[in-house]
Design a binder for this molecule. Structure first.
Ligand code: F6P
Length: 343
């Protein structure tokens, strides 16, 4: 078979590991020819491909990013886009497509599968907010990067008796913040699932700092965290092709409010794209490799319209519709664990 791959949406450590695994099992076990579409759905629309066999993927296991490039192009927002996708797959002689992405990329794959395209999905996002799978690769790496940063912030915060606000990624779900908050010993963690009350945040900080010791306060804030209605104003950003607002900035707003309301010196660190860069953790390399092997098996079983997923420690297949139907939010039980440590 001639099998194509593409990577769409925000990049994520482990993308290359997935493609390396698809290439290895595809070429060596099934005798496939592997190609990649460059820059996500954009490259499909434009018919831009590159060879993506074992040789092309050699040495890429520890490399972050994606050798294919990525984009947030939505073919359903382009005039005649879906027809162009089908034509491009036919022109490239592609029998099957492995789409590696988050809710947007896989949302497109789901629609195309419904229109008869032979496509299989692989879940990717550092945000870990895709349904149908307990974990996505890239998440573990992102959390580790946040925790390393929080550990460093602790010592400087203690030295200066300061409050540190750490803004982490997580657009609609606070998985990164919840995990990083627990692992980093946050004073409080603010996630999109729980609108926050800035007054309660300030009270917690005041309580902690009046204990008389030199105590750092670390407030971990998900970029998508929102204040309870009528308590604080936030600026709104532009939308991308999938209608998502470009976030970033809530941490700085919260830091300013904290300093004004409590009088404690407060600094903000926005971790931003550092969380998506660099080498994947061993865990993410293994998960990505397992997903890649399972994806090429799914192709050879003709399991179109499915996504490989992690459930109860095993790799399974779930319908793409199940994965993109609604976002996976932070389990309230996990947030309860985090809140045991809130001051
Ligand atoms: O891929 C998910 C994500 O990293 C979100 O956490 C974040 O809001 C967004 O991508 C940032 O997108 P961009 O790289 O386009 O600024």
């Amino acid at each position: 078979m001639r099998v194509a791959m593409l990577t769409g949406g925000g990049d994520c450590p482990g993308l290359n590991a997935v493609m390396r695994a698809v290439a290895r099992k595809g070429e060596r076990t099934y005798g496939d020819e592997l190609v990649g579409f460059l820059d996500g759905w954009k490259g499909v629309l434009e018919g831009r491909t590159m060879p993506l066999g074992v040789e092309a993927m050699r040495g890429t296991l520890p490399r972050g990013g994606t050798v294919l490039g990525s984009s947030r192009t939505n073919p359903y927002k382009v005039d005649g886009g879906p027809d162009q996708v089908r034509a491009s797959l036919a022109d490239a002689g592609v029998d099957a497509l492995v789409a590696i992405g988050g809710e947007d990329t896989l949302g497109v794959a789901h629609k195309l599968a419904g229109e008869g395209v032979a496509v299989v999905g692989v879940p990717k996002t550092i945000d870990n907010d895709l349904s149908g799978t307990e974990l996505t690769f890239g998440f573990d790496t992102a959390v580790q990067i946040c925790v390393d940063a929080i550990d460093r912030l602790h010592t400087t915060a203690e030295s200066h008796d300061r409050v540190m606000v750490v803004e982490v990624m997580g657009r609609h779900a606070g998985h990164i913040a919840a995990w990083a908050g627990i692992a980093g010993g946050a004073t409080m963690t603010l996630i999109p699932e729980h609108p926050f009350d800035i007054e309660a945040v300030c009270e917690a900080i005041q309580h902690r700092h009046t204990e008389g010791k030199r105590l750092a306060s670390i407030i971990v804030v998900s970029e998508g965290a929102t204040p309870k209605e009528g308590t604080m104003e936030l600026a709104s950003g532009e939308l991308d092709a999938f209608g998502h607002v470009r976030l970033g900035g809530v941490g700085a707003r919260i830091a300013a409010e904290i300093e004004e309301r409590t009088g404690y010196e407060t600094r903000v660190t926005t971790l931003g794209h550092v969380q998506r860069g660099g080498t994947p953790t061993a865990f993410d390399r293994v998960l990505a490799t397992r997903f890649g092997v399972a994806a090429i098996d799914a192709v050879h079983d003709g399991a179109w319209g499915t996504m490989v997923a992690l459930q109860d420690g095993a790799i399974v297949r779930v319908p793409l519709g199940e994965a993109v139907g609604e976002l996976k939010l932070v389990d309230p039980a996990l947030y309860d664990v985090a809140s045991v440590f809130f001051e």
